[in-house]
Design a protein around this ligand. Structure first.
Ligand code: FES
Length: 167
């Protein structure tokens, strides 16, 4: 091999290495920029703290339960969805209200209000709860879960559901 051929081989090898390094750098940058953007500006986390106005206190019966149905917006990453949900609201006095999550604390069935007995009855395994959400009988291991509530004048706002402690 002559000296001129060797020099051409070396410069060709350098050229190929340069192309390979440039491609690797370009690919690394293309993959790294989104990762850096994601780390610096993470998507909004699930907003469990959102408050939703659900009803007016004046429309609720005193000392009884009323089911209120409302829509809740959920932000999960970049996905925003709206879902229909409900709460059992008990107006204890003019300014005291409790709002229960509509799922039984046993296995999550939807319970109903028994107007005559002023209790909540779960049809799945017959757990009974009083108007404070306490278990009267049945297999439910704990009281009903409650929404955080906020009153703005006569407007009732519901926040996230708080899991009740084990009995
Ligand atoms: S799910 Fe309600 S009692 Fe079992």
């Amino acid at each position: 091999m002559t000296q001129g051929q060797e020099q051409r081989d070396v410069s060709r090898r350098r050229f190929h290495l340069g192309v390979i390094y440039t491609l690797m750098g370009t690919i690394g940058t293309a993959m790294g920029i989104p990762a850096v953007i994601y780390l610096l500006f993470p998507p909004k986390s699930r907003k469990a703290e959102e408050w939703v106005e659900v009803t007016d206190l004046n429309s609720l019966p005193l000392g009884a339960a009323e089911e209120v149905v409302f829509r809740k917006t959920r932000v999960d990453g970049w996905k925003v969805s709206s879902e229909k949900t409900s709460a059992w609201v008990v107006k204890k006095s003019a300014s005291e209200v409790i709002a229960f999550s509509p799922q039984c604390t046993h296995l999550g069935c939807a319970f109903r209000y028994e107007e005559q007995k002023k209790t909540f009855l779960c049809p799945c395994h017959t757990s009974n709860f009083d108007l404070d959400g306490n278990v009267i009988d049945g297999p439910a291991p704990r009281a009903l879960d409650r929404y955080l509530i906020k009153l703005e004048g006569q407007k009732l706002l519901l926040g996230p559901v708080q899991k009740s402690p084990e009995a």
